[in-house]
Design a protein around this ligand. Sequence first.
Ligand code: NAD
Length: 334
Amino acid sequence: MKIAVFSAKSYDIEFLAHANEKYGYELDYFEVPLNRKTARLAAGADAVCAFVNDKLNAETLQALSELNIGMVALRCAGFNNVDIETAGKLGIRVMRVPAYSPHAVAEHAVALILTLSRKTHKAYNRVRDANFSLERFVGFDLEKKTVGVIGTGKIGQVFAGIMRGFNCNVLAYDPYPDKSLLNNGVRYASLEEVFTTSDIISLHCPLTPETHQLVNKRTLDLMKKGSMLINTSRGKLINTEDVIAALRSKHLGYLGIDVYAEEEKLFFRDLSEHIIDDEQIMQLSTFPNVLITAHQAFLTREALTEIAHTTMENISVYSKKESSRNDVTSEMMA
Ligand code: NAD
């Protein structure tokens, strides 16, 4: 089996190569993202291995099909970047890594909250510059704050548990509530109540037509003045223009994001010597109460190990024509 690995960074290569010791597949690494134009690099491979911002739309899938690629091995849980229906029609099997380390992402969401609240990123720079002043560093206690969790799947549940550990009141919204969370003091509420009563809202739901721009002018207006919004899920859960307006009017107090609606053309590469042609991210990065990380919430040793092992196992399952729970099918799009 030969696999063309796209969007391959040094850490992908390291962890995939290690996991592949058990399987001995031929892995061909390409740093470029997979799209309509780069699909031809997969010529001669049996499968492609892709990540969150690879564009597996109908055109890319058609190009892969013409090269006799029979499988897409996603190194992620989300599959909003794949046209599943077209893949099905072309007979391309799509498999994913449904869970690796929910702790990695949940803990990163907490890191964003604490950094924004306690301004540790600014303190680090000040002290390095021998500036020991505490002016403008006043933060807030997390204890007794109300934290709204939107989406209580694997990551949302871990996040809710951590926030309970801080003695926060945790309110949750999910169309499919998980009763086990009630034992840990989490209360389910309507989406409206979560928006109106939370001091901090953290998004942990997938990007679907229903959740697309879930955070918009209407829902931002519902939020408490000065509250904090955290997004480690998918950029398009947020209407960026509306969020910028809410920050400008000082209605939204803090924004912490690990994902961005237009991240495809920015994230996962070093653009430090380039002129960034994206007004919104440039504007956001000038706000003192905004913290942006470039889709790194998954980036822990534990998560990368699990991603690499499951990806290799998925490829093995495909090669043996076995069935798997890791298949992505069009029924999952409903
Ligand atoms: P999951 O499938 O275990 O949980 C998602 C939850 O969202 C489910 O409980 C589902 O019922 C709920 N949901 C569905 N529609 C909803 C809606 N309209 N409103 C509220 N909740 C809704 O997924 P997970 O493993 O917890 O991952 C959550 C998301 O985190 C993924 O979809 C992905 O976008 C994102 N993610 C980000 C990173 C990163 O590095 N930043 C890494 C992994 C996952």
